[in-house]
Write a protein that binds this ligand. Sequence first.
Ligand SMILES: N[C@@H]1[C@@H](O)[C@H](O)[C@@H](COP(=O)(O)O)O[C@@H]1O
Length: 313
Amino acid sequence: MRLILRDDPAAVGEYTANYICKRINEFNATPQRPFVLGLPTGSSPIPTYKVLIRMVKEGKLSFKNVITFNMDEYVGLPRDHPESYHTFMFREFFSHIDIPPSQVHLLDGTAADLIGECANYEALIRSVGGIELFLGGIGEDGHIAFNEPGSSLKSRTRIKTLAYDTILANARFFGNDITAVPRMALTVGVGTVLDSREVVVVVTGQRKALALSKAIEEGVNHLWTLSALQHHPWALIVADGDATLELRVKTVRYFRSIERVQDEVEAHHAELRARGVTAGVGGSLGVAGLLGHGSYSSNEVQGALVPSGLEDV
Ligand SMILES: N[C@@H]1[C@@H](O)[C@H](O)[C@@H](COP(=O)(O)O)O[C@@H]1O
């Protein structure tokens, strides 16, 4: 797992959007081979959505060949309800980008057969080859999607009863009327998230600080479902300063140092490329593995570029 630290939510959004943009552009998606992106709701991803929208408007990014699957939806809220996740996603994101609406998928919390709806969602994800990158946020209790504490870490898309703390936290979107907040939701499972090839989670604000420390400084625990990411081969958390308040200084320094070394590797890489050094497979990888999948890492030992097979996650 990697932890990227930025000062504030805007900087987290900038980093995360750039990261997603790079992934989508590198993928070279086509109608036959679309990029499959998992998406969250909540206030945490909004800065990321804003930057992605800007990138589309500037012509740096297109969602024409992207298929999306949202993480969750309230049970019982019609799609056009102002607080449904369907409404949220179109208001905050989909209406502002070039994605064809037919490529957008959200669970239907009003389906007559909710169990069937969840099974179909899983089948649909499988039918498009699985999710390439799942972007997520977390709740204060460390839930990812609506996988509340105690969720099976192998769970699939299903109906979930919301924790009382989550109902309280989300009451702000329902005029602070706790009784108006739905008690149940449909959500992708922890297993569904873990099956995606890459997971990126944004964590901002002091309210999330305890959850972040539980998820990355302690063991895997169903009471903090984000901690399941420790089992994912390619997970990235992007957090702001406030979200680090419960982390040990040592943890923060460690992840900062990893990023610093990565920057050095990238600078070295750029220098080698400028000198016309071409990629070749070396023996010892030196500091290889600090760059993203499919990119090249510099081999300090041989002074040559080597394809990065290792990942520092
Ligand atoms: N189901 C959603 C989660 O997917 C989201 O991560 C969480 C945090 O929301 P916020 O980012 O507004 O704190 O809210 C809800 O519980």
